[in-house]
Design a protein around this ligand. Sequence first.
Ligand code: NAP
Length: 207
Amino acid sequence: MGGTFDPIHYGHLIAAEEARSRFKLDEVVFIPCGQPAHKKPYAVTPAEDRYAMVVLAIASNPWFTVSRLEVDRPGPSYAIDTIRQLKEQLGPEAEVFFITGADAILEIATWHDNGSLLRECQFIAAPRPGSDLRRLEEALGRERAALVQTLHLPCVEISSTDIRARVAAGDSIRYLTPEPVESYIVKRHLYRASRGPEHETASSDAD
Ligand code: NAP
């Protein structure tokens, strides 16, 4: 389960649990991005804070674990490097799925070495209300788009962007993310101030 998780919220947890149950997964490994390949470093909260919030959020689920693979790896967090490292750790018998947001997967054609990535693992897309998955065929072509499976989720319109905006505005985030995450955000004074041009995306990180 890959994501920036800035912060993690119930939308992520619901998607992870749904994927676990539908694809009969033995384990869901949350892998917070160290340095998101497509975002400016100032646009994201330090990796250690995002990692800590994931640890707090998944504590009660025995099938959920968290990995420091990307937090500890220097340089941009390319998914292809992560999948290869993970497969090496798990051994040749393991079947690996990459679960992430459908809107992130729609951009996969711009990801580093995306051709290999689509061959190395299966993709599971977690849509949010309004995600247009018909665009996947346009982005990837029919054959490669068919390699991406889609989750059917209850309509939960929670986003990390909205949570950050609420905190900055002093509005409540109760019931959007687990309580320990909410307390961590308060304790560490996260999301109170602007971090510059947020989520500024590079047009491509493929090279
Ligand atoms: P993003 O662009 O911040 O997010 C795009 C959309 O997907 C947002 O609506 C986001 O909602 C949602 N989303 C992200 N992760 C999700 C998850 N695990 N479950 C459900 N929805 C999710 O995407 P990102 O979080 O930075 O990146 C997603 C994954 O793609 C990461 O693992 C990242 O490393 C990978 N990625 C790799 C490359 C590369 O290899 N070059 C490039 C880009 C992304 P929220 O904001 O609410 O999470």
